[in-house]
Design a protein around this ligand. Structure first.
Ligand SMILES: Nc1ncnc2c1ncn2[C@@H]1O[C@H](COP(=O)(O)OP(=O)(O)OP(=O)(O)O)[C@@H](O)[C@H]1O
Ligand SMILES: O=P(O)(O)OC[C@H]1O[C@H](OP(=O)(O)OP(=O)(O)O)[C@H](O)[C@@H]1O
Length: 219
């Protein structure tokens, strides 16, 4: 029997929204997946061809890019930050809605090419940040953080941040204001290009998930 296909799922907030879509495509994880006491990282599912792994969101893209997982679910924030050529993203899953934005203190001066040729920015997304500002002739010096970006302006690490915003509550509670949206974000199904060419089961799964997204939108 062929090896099972691995789907890499991010363990954060996307997971809760992704599971109903997977269930519509006939993929329901074994009970251990929901057992918080379990330290297992790879799980069987109700689909005989599919196993799930639960990893950090940036790592989901890496597992799929290197072919260690055939498919995965990641935000297009992660997809564009890495820009792995081995990945393609055939389906917008319509979950994980947020935006990648520039934020700073309410009293900070506006950012323009005339007033700033160089900015220091704390972010988990240095590539997207640098590309965004380079397009306006501004050099962004990025300090890489992995979370709690909002602390950087409060503690003088960097006057600005580029971070994900959904309700805006995190920015508000930390005295910051959203200035510019760099990217609208949703989660995507990602597929390893080589796996999709060599294993016919991959495109069968992609089509099952495409139908699941359509059914969820119609429900
Ligand atoms: N506030 C939000 N609302 C909706 N979707 C979000 C929000 N924050 C993040 N996302 C989406 O979820 C993905 C994972 O988010 P986030 O990085 O916050 O999760 P995490 O579990 O903290 O990840 P990690 O463990 O890798 O740091 C993001 O790449 C983005 O696509
Ligand atoms: O606009 P809001 O609805 O407040 O959401 C924004 C927050 O959500 C994400 O963080 P997350 O909660 O995933 O934690 P993190 O800081 O560990 O990434 C993001 O990094 C913001 O901090």
């Amino acid at each position: 029997m062929a090896e099972p296909l691995i789907i890499a799922l991010p363990k954060g907030r996307i997971l809760k929204e992704a599971l109903p879509l997977l269930a519509r495509a006939g993929i329901v994880p074994e009970p251990a997946f929901h057992d918080e006491a379990s330290r297992a990282l790879k799980f069987a599912t109700s689909h005989r061809d599919v196993e799930l792994i639960r990893v950090r969101s940036f790592d989901a893209a890496t597992f799929v890019a290197f072919g260690a997982a055939a498919l995965g679910i990641v935000g297009n924030d992660v997809l564009l930050e890495f820009a792995y050529p081995e990945l393609y993203a055939p389906i917008d899953l319509g979950i994980g809605h947020c935006r990648l934005s520039v934020a700073d203190h309410a009293d900070a001066p506006p950012i323009t090419g005339e007033t700033a040729s160089h900015l220091r920015i704390a972010t988990k997304y240095p590539r997207l940040t640098q590309a965004h500002f380079a397009a306006r002739g501004i050099q962004a010096e990025c300090i890489k953080l992995n979370g709690a970006m909002e602390l950087a302006p409060l503690l003088g690490l960097a006057p600005r941040i580029v971070d994900l915003v959904s309700t805006g509550a995190t920015l508000r509670e930390n005295g910051l204001v959203e200035r510019e949206v760099i990217l609208d974000v949703t989660s995507r199904l990602v597929v390893n290009r080589a796996a999709s060419k060599t294993d016919a089961r991959v495109s069968v799964l992609v089509e099952a998930l495409r139908r699941a997204v359509g059914d969820a939108a119609a429900a």
